[in-house]
Design a binder for this molecule. Sequence first.
Ligand SMILES: C[S@@+](CC[C@H](N)C(=O)[O-])C[C@H]1O[C@@H](n2cnc3c(N)ncnc32)[C@H](O)[C@@H]1O
Length: 224
Amino acid sequence: MKNLGSRLEKAYEAIDRLGGIGTFADIGSDHAYLSCEVLLRGNAKRAIASDVNPGPLGRGKDYAAKTGVSPEFILSDGFDAFDDRKIDCAAICGMGGELTAGIIKRSSAAKKCFLVLQPMSAQEFLRGYLWDNGFEIIGEDFAVEHGKPYVIITAKYSGANTPYTYPDLFLGKVRPANAEFASYALKVLSRAEKSLLGSADRFLTGELICECQRQITNLSPTKD
Ligand SMILES: C[S@@+](CC[C@H](N)C(=O)[O-])C[C@H]1O[C@@H](n2cnc3c(N)ncnc32)[C@H](O)[C@@H]1O
């Protein structure tokens, strides 16, 4: 088994917690690490590795051949080429939050499965999209890899929108009391402090800064 690194390992753990997965789909699979891992560790009966670009799809096929497991490979923009395949859990990791939200928005499959999302940017946009469009965020996990904090969001469509505050968009509602979350909150704080100067929304940014500071107190951010 490959050492996935903290970011993908946390995504793997979120998938593992769901249990009982028939078909797992990895959207934007690149090397297909997650698809191979869920097959190697027996978390899913089937895995689909899909990517919009042939190069990454080829890398995934090469890696799968080395591991001896056989995900299905699909060249697809988001879920577009999935036809009517039934998916139990889909991961969309390593893309921007806006692109991730766009992929979810275009697909009816995304409303029928668990989603494990690891946005590299615009996390506040993605949380807002999910809460405004009937998706429930059922878990948030945090990882630090090479000093950088990452969030992994687990979501499921319920049809009911979720109310939220401005700090919720940036920090989520889960906020675990651990060093990884403290690192994440520290990064949000530093971005908020930089944007305060000249910000049109000084009140909201001030509220976010206070909430970050409250979260970070008594938690020691982790560097790795
Ligand atoms: C940075 S890599 C992330 C790979 C892996 N998921 C991870 O987290 O390590 C992003 C991958 O998403 C693919 N991608 C970008 N837009 C996509 C889309 N609309 N549909 C499917 N794949 C996409 C890219 O080709 C690339 O291989």
